[in-house]
Design a protein around this ligand. Structure first.
Ligand SMILES: NC(=O)C1=CN([C@@H]2O[C@H](COP(=O)(O)OP(=O)(O)OC[C@H]3O[C@@H](n4cnc5c(N)ncnc54)[C@H](OP(=O)(O)O)[C@@H]3O)[C@@H](O)[C@H]2O)C=CC1
Ligand SMILES: O=C1O[C@H](COP(=O)(O)O)[C@@H](O)[C@H](O)[C@H]1O
Length: 590
């Protein structure tokens, strides 16, 4: 078996912490305050308040009470979770530490703290959670990176990206100071167990007297994921609480490398400890998709080939790969957006009704629908790459003008694809995906085009374009989150002319509360042990199985992308592809 990248450590399964399975709350049976709609009390976020514990008999998911936790030097036990059933048994070490430490604390270590994602998203999300009272009274945040920063320098760096964006802006400055005082920095190498041991020492100092839970966020390039997981699990995992690791994409480049990454991660972690993040799953409207489907009688009965003509999943950015060309060139838009963000949305859109809202039930349904899909065919894909363009006296660069991108790069910055689900519900319905950078606008949408009304009595009143008379449901993920339905109605007056109108749920009009950033929701879920919005390894395998043959073919055949000007609507090929299936792309602005 191949070794795990550049790691040299043993492949022991020993974990010095309980898997999160041993200390997390099962969310279908044991609901969190957030899910119950109860107000948050700072004391109870990570641990479970005595009150709640009594009320819902909170137990770890392996059936032990929460005071029973595992540690490296404890007893070894086979854990019979569903995931283990799929991937073979995993040794889990369980230590009965006694019911003493009732106060919990959580330490969040952002590995790669000096990087773009940490500054842009992770620290601001943690601050927002703190501001809104979602972090427990006792928490510590550590930044970890090779850069040599002091605690003060880290705080200074973070403070530049924190915003008081929350509607209740009172005491924001004071809150920021309080938050920053809980942030520390540890400089270390990513593959050094000694450096992680030092981190462990610092964490223990902060955690003293409380049941310590630890979350590591891998905000680093993928080639060092395993080094960090090895060091963190062997030298800095929680001695008596849970240890969880959030892994950022990319999860490999294809089926093989993704499988290898999973295998390597599982040398050090159980599946329950791995939180593979896809931040699109944390977006408000993506979460709302299931609510829309399963709690409104009017939609679910229409949710099939019988009434739906096609579904479009559209992602568009009005800027190029500026600053991330180096990363992007080895991945391209299909891996960057389609194989994960858009496919995840598709799975939630098309899955059957899950048995419950439990993470495993939802993820089981997602896997089923992904496995019912046909792998992508080259004939059903169009690729493009943006070229330089001058408009209004301003010059926009070509993708290959980026100094970190090879001049002859064939990496697509745009792709459109037709996908099919070969099951009873969706047989023959094209699911069209379109994703591109440097296009004319920015947004992400799901568009559902319904079939024509059979034998429509008002056919003549629509004018020439009958196409326009079909109903369309649009779920606008961003910006200006909205759900709207296009319907036909009579224009008031004595004649009989029909018009097309929109029933519009525009979030900013209906709700005054600002929508939280996806990273806030996902971080909070990881802290609470809620896995519903994270990708399970079999989901990932199913997703890669759909895209890998196509990606290989594109690379082997050196398919040249169709060039499109920066700021345009993308390659015309996308329109031919849609026309092949009798589809007209919806317009993000309509
Ligand atoms: N940025 C974004 O918008 C998004 C990023 N991601 C993913 O999140 C992760 C982090 O992204 P991002 O913050 O942009 O990454 P960065 O390139 O900014 O890297 C993060 C940190 O890792 C360290 N680092 C960078 N390159 C190397 C290297 N070759 N070897 C060792 N250490 C290195 C650096 O810290 P130091 O030198 O101080 O150790 C750097 O500050 C990646 O996996 C990325 O794919 C996912 C979605 C969006
Ligand atoms: O994962 C990624 O997402 C961003 C887009 O995220 P959004 O939340 O701003 O829509 C994209 O720019 C980036 O290329 C990709 O890696």
């Amino acid at each position: 078996m191949a070794s795990c990248f550049n790691t040299t450590a043993s492949t022991s399964l020993a974990l010095s912490s309980p898997s999160s399975s041993s200390a997390s709350v099962k969310h279908d049976k044991y609901l969190s305050r957030r899910q119950l709609g109860l107000p948050q009390t700072q004391k109870t976020r990570f641990g479970v308040s005595a009150q709640l514990r009594k009320r819902f008999q909170v137990k770890s998911s392996n059936g032990y009470p929460l005071s029973v936790v595992s540690s490296q030097d404890g007893l070894t036990k086979k854990s019979p979770t569903k995931e283990h059933a799929q991937n073979g048994p995993v040794d889990e070490v369980v230590h009965f530490s006694g019911p003493t430490q009732t106060e919990t604390t959580v330490s969040i270590t952002v590995v790669g703290a000096s990087g773009d994602l940490a500054k842009k998203k992770i620290f601001p999300a943690l601050f927002a959670l703190f501001y809104e009272g979602f972090l427990s009274e006792h928490f510590t945040i550590f930044g970890y990176a090779r850069s040599k920063l002091t605690d003060e320098e880290l705080r200074e760096m973070i403070s530049r990206t924190l915003t008081c964006r929350i509607d209740n802006r009172e005491n924001c400055e004071a809150k920021m100071d309080q938050f920053l005082q809980r942030c520390f920095f540890h400089s270390g190498q990513y593959g050094s167990e000694a450096d992680f041991m030092e981190l462990d020492k610092k964490l223990r100092e902060k955690e003293v007297g409380r049941l310590p839970n630890r979350l590591f966020y891998l905000s680093i390039p993928p080639n060092i994921f395993i080094d960090v997981v090895r060091c963190a699990s062997q030298s800095a995992s929680s001695p008596s609480g849970w240890t969880r690791i959030i892994v950022e994409k990319p999860f490999g480049r294809d089926s093989e490398s993704s499988g290898e990454l999973t295998r390597c991660l599982k040398q050090y972690l159980t599946e329950d400890q791995i939180f593979r993040i896809d931040h699109y799953l944390g977006k408000e409207l993506v979460e709302n998709l299931s609510v829309l489907r399963f709690s409104n009688l009017v939609f679910e009965p229409l949710w099939s080939r019988q009434y739906i003509r096609n579904v479009q999943l559209i992602f568009s950015e009005d800027f190029g790969t500026e600053g991330r060309g180096g990363y992007f060139d080895s991945y391209g838009i299909i891996r960057d957006i389609m194989q994960n963000h858009l496919l995840q949305i598709l799975a939630l859109f098309a899955m059957e009704t899950p048995v419950s809202l439990d993470a495993e039930d939802i993820r089981n349904e997602k896997v089923k629908v992904l496995r019912s899909m046909r792998p992508l065919q080259l004939d059903d894909v169009v690729v493009g790459q943006y070229k330089g363009h001058t408009k209004g006296g301003r010059t926009y660069p070509a993708y290959t003008d980026d100094p970190t991108v090879p001049k002859n790069s064939l990496t697509p910055t745009f792709a459109a694809a037709a996908l099919f689900i070969d099951n009873a519900r969706w047989d023959g319905v094209p699911f069209l995906m379109k994703a591109g950078k440097a296009l004319h606008n920015k947004g992400a949408e799901i568009r559902v085009q319904f079939r024509h009304v059979p034998g429509n009595l008002y056919k003549r009143s629509f004018g020439t374009d009958l196409e326009k008379s079909t109903n369309e449901l649009v779920i606008r993920v961003q910006p200006d989150e909205a759900i709207y339905l296009k319907i036909n109605n009579k224009i008031p007056g004595l004649g009989m002319r029909l018009d097309r109108s929109t029933l519009n749920l525009l979030y900013s009009s209906k709700y005054t509360k600002e929508i939280p950033d996806a990273y806030e929701r996902l971080l909070l879920d990881a802290i609470e042990g809620e896995r519903r919005l994270f990708i399970r390894s079999d989901e990932l395998d199913a997703a890669w199985a759909l895209f890998t043959p196509l990606l290989k073919e594109l690379e082997q055949k050196k398919i040249a992308p169709e060039l499109y000007p920066y700021g345009s609507r993308g390659p015309v090929g996308a329109h031919y592809l849609a026309a092949k299936y009798n589809v007209r792309w919806g317009d993000l602005s309509s």
